[in-house]
Design a protein around this ligand. Sequence first.
Ligand code: FE2
Length: 271
Amino acid sequence: MKKSILIQKEILNTSEAAELINVTAQTIKNYIYSGKLKSLKTPGGHHRIRRSELEAMGFSIQKGQVSSGLSREDMLAQYNQLLEGYKKTIEILIKALDRRDIVGAGHSVRVADYASWMADMLDLSLKEKENIMMAALFHDVGKVWIKEDILSKNGKLTPDEFAMMQKHPEIGEKIVKDVDCLRSAQALIRHHHERFDGKGYPDGLRGEKIPMGARIISLAETYDFLRSNLPFRHSFSPEETVAEIKKVSGAQFDPGLVKIFVDNVERRAFH
Ligand SMILES: [Fe+2]
């Protein structure tokens, strides 16, 4: 039914009430069962809701506009609360992810840091930068499906274990598919192990066919991997790490990105 007609109605059924205040019919029923919303019962046992009861709950319904009835300050407070909850949830998820990986605590946040920093050096839109940062935070989310004994193996992986490990970008892509705020990050998560020479995985993309964000994350991830202490080796120094990265510039990494990255590492923009 058209909203303009619904707005005129004094008594609504659950579907109409739901449509009017933009919630599901189940939410209306939950309001009724929890006592937040008073309803009338038809002889057949169906709920009918007076428009005034919706208004009593704080929904302001007038002249074609439906609002929550909250003041701007209240809405801002609610938004900030949501944002804080959202940030906290991401933080907990990322910590849990990093805990299982051989590189350990802080890896995903550092990769996001380096990747954001590189994105800042390039002429990318704010949306692209945000996307790269989110993809970098969740680049290894697919590892949740990889067995812990493979992830934390202290030594070389067998061919089967390596094949399993190589599935994590595709698994990660599937995991974030249904998450609104990560939908644009899908391609970057899928392609963060491609190589500039086309010998990477999962699709063997080459050069600029690899999304820029994925090329950035690949470099950022390797930098952090080499700089980290592992159970079987010490961390590389910034100079050693730069030397290793330069060796595979043009093969594993985009040479243009390596140049920007190395120049700034050498200027100690970060370490
Ligand atoms: Fe990865």
